[in-house]
Design a protein around this ligand. Structure first.
Ligand code: CTP
Ligand code: MG
Length: 230
């Protein structure tokens, strides 16, 4: 059973607001992208990697992979305007024979191998997809124009992370059958698979999978990396 990882790193990082795409902003001595790339390369749960880079950053991405000595990168492709388009570009490079596709955000550098094990392992139970999730600690309310219209029951709500694992033909079908508009509005891959009728299960996520969105996230992650247990 071959497992292909699609590492999406093609976003602009507008909220981080640096002079370069988010994946190439420094985390310690290396670009942010290096950490998740190295972890995917070292994982026993991943066979091959497709890297999705921002336009004009394909070469630096390939050079970084070489510098890190990673051996599983099969292709590096240019991403699109939206995350979904970048995923589509990456999945297009995955061969038909692949059994499982794991999509991961380069913006989540601290990828624990246990989470890869959980999402890939859950597919053996017959699900089309498996995603890591965390319970919500705060109370959640629906607000319209500054006024609370509803307090949402929290027990059934979770926040979701990547890596997200899918039965390869199921993810491919969701990317090809859904309309462009429907694909664009999806903020994760599971939403595409769900809309296409797929069954997606949830496994425990990990606080360390925090996504770098703003400067403070980068500093927090740098602190965790410097600490012993990451
Ligand atoms: N991504 C991508 N292609 C895009 C948009 C996002 O590959 N067109 C990737 C990002 O590189 C990131 C992940 O999807 O690894 C999650 O996206 P996000 O955190 O929103 O990153 P950015 O879009 O880069 O940040 P921002 O929204 O602040 O511009
Ligand atoms: Mg974005």
């Amino acid at each position: 059973m071959s497992v292909w990882a699609v590492l999406v790193a093609a976003g602009r990082g507008e909220r981080l607001g640096e002079d370069r795409p988010k994946a190439f902003v420094r985390l310690g001595d290396l670009p942010l992208l290096a950490e998740s790339l190295r972890r995917l390369d070292e994982s026993g749960w991943v066979d091959e990697i497709v890297l999705v880079a921002p336009p004009e950053w394909e070469e630096p991405a390939i050079l970084l992979a070489e510098e890190l000595g990673v051996s599983k990168v099969s292709a590096c492709v240019t991403g699109g305007e939206t995350r979904a388009e970048s995923v589509r570009a990456g999945v297009a490079e995955v061969p038909e024979a692949a059994a499982v596709i794991v999509v991961h955000d380069a913006a989540r550098p601290l990828l624990p191998d246990e989470v890869l094990e959980r999402v890939v392992g859950a597919l053996a139970e017959g699900f089309d997809g498996a995603i890591p999730a965390l319970p919500i600690a705060d109370t959640v309310k629906r607000v319209r124009e500054g006024v609370v219209v509803e307090t949402v029951a929290r027990a059934e709500l979770v926040t979701v992370q990547t890596p997200q694992a899918f039965v390869a033909p199921v993810l491919r079908a969701a990317l090809t059958t859904l309309s462009v508009e429907s694909t664009q509005s999806a903020t994760d891959c599971a939403a595409l698979v769900e809309r296409n009728g797929g069954r997606v299960t949830v496994v425990p996520g990990d606080e360390r999978l925090l996504k770098v969105t703003r400067r403070a996230d980068l500093e927090r992650i740098a602190g965790w990396l410097a600490a012993p247990r990451t």
